[in-house]
Design a protein. Structure first.
Length: 364
């Protein structure tokens, strides 16, 4: 592999790394991911200034305070590269970890890593944060036996809920690095929705349903899930319409305060996007913790179905997913951590159903 002769790098000491798991590896050099051949996906202008964010700050500020805050959560962010380094270390700078009663730090505030040697990405580990969290960032390292020897294609997933203001990857000094080939489906799948869309409450970033679908299809994606704040206001509708996805997944049912609000915004969001993208498939999803005995759930489902059916009758490319179908029927009560947010079992169920819909949409 090509050696990293021209890349700017720092030692662990120069970066202020004191983790003994890292400092004992004297041959490590750290490289900013803002230089080639590292490629960052899923974040807005990743080569621009820090902190990382998911949409222009001016747009987020025009939507609502929750979106303004959650814009700096790095859900859906990924950095990809190829290396033959035996060890991969990570140093991140942050304003602090995101502590949540229903979500572990490995998901909210850490990075996980996948490696591929034969065309399929496989989980290799989590860059573990301190048990008590962190106030200004953290560092960790992964090596044998979790990382295979030799050349490997790497994807590192960003935290789902904490922010990132700096990121460096540590590799063996004499190892090589190359740009990883782009996704097979390079035009991104666009997801808009609630805290569930953002990734709550997967056990780690790679278990968010969008990340699972991405690995299965080898597809790029953009995660615009906003904890408690996805309410389809006109500024966010206009911004979503300004993007150019291969498929658009509307998954914000949960954050509409009531069925009446959903009725006022759902068709408008769809029509705003459709006006800019007359041929792009749109998938409309209901909330997953759907109970048939809840009248509000039934009303919400009717609102979403009405938007879908109106579009279908016009001959437009649309798919409807009943939220009641997202969790396995015989395990519904085991699919959440709090009767709302999916655990890993729930996330896999959502990935199965929404993933099949995405595959079908790609054939429309």
């Amino acid at each position: 592999m090509e050696k990293m002769i021209t890349l700017s790098s720092l030692s662990a000491d120069e970066l202020g790394v004191t983790n003994p798991k890292i400092t004992c590896q004297s041959d490590l050099r750290f490289y900013s991911v803002k230089q080639e051949p590292f490629t960052t996906y899923g974040l807005y202008d990743p080569l621009g200034g820090f902190p990382y964010h998911r949409m222009p700050e001016s747009v987020a500020e025009a939507v609502n305070d929750g979106v303004k805050l959650n814009n700096f959560c790095t859900a859906g962010g990924r950095v990809r590269f190829v290396t033959d380094s035996d060890y991969i270390a990570l140093r991140m700078i942050s304003g602090g970890s995101a502590h949540m009663s229903n979500m572990c730090l490995n998901a909210s505030s850490a990075f996980d890593i996948y490696v591929s040697r034969n065309g399929t990405d496989r989980f290799a580990g989590v860059f573990d944060p301190p048990l008590t969290g962190y106030t200004d960032g953290y560092d960790d390292i992964i090596g044998p036996p979790w990382l295979p020897k030799g050349r490997k294609e790497v994807t590192i997933n960003f935290p789902l809920y904490s922010g990132v203001t700096g990121l460096w990857i540590g590799l063996d000094r004499n190892s090589g690095i190359e740009k990883r080939a782009g996704y097979r489906i390079g035009k991104p799948i666009l997801y808009y929705g609630s805290s569930i869309t953002q990734g709550g409450c997967a056990s780690r970033p790679g278990m968010a349903y969008e990340a699972i679908i991405s690995r299965r299809l080898d597809a790029d994606f953009i995660n615009l899930g906003f904890n408690g704040s996805a309410r389809a206001e006109q500024p966010i509708a206009d911004y979503l319409a300004s993007l150019d996805p291969i498929v658009f997944v509307m998954d914000y049912d949960y954050n509409a305060p009531d069925p009446e609000y959903l009725a006022k915004t759902h068709e408008n969001l769809y029509r705003t996007f459709r006006a800019a993208h007359p041929d792009t498939p749109v998938i409309m999803v209901g909330k997953p913790d759907f109970w048939l005995c809840n009248e509000s759930n039934m009303e919400r489902r009717d609102v979403i179905y009405r938007t879908y059916n109106n579009a279908r009758l016009r001959g437009e490319k649309v798919i409807f997913i009943d939220g009641h179908s997202l969790f396995p029927a015989n395990m519904r009560e085991e699919c959440t951590v709090d009767n709302c947010h999916p655990n890993d079992l729930g996330m896999v169920g959502m990935a199965d159903v929404i993933g099949r819909a995405v595959e079908f949409a790609l054939s429309m």
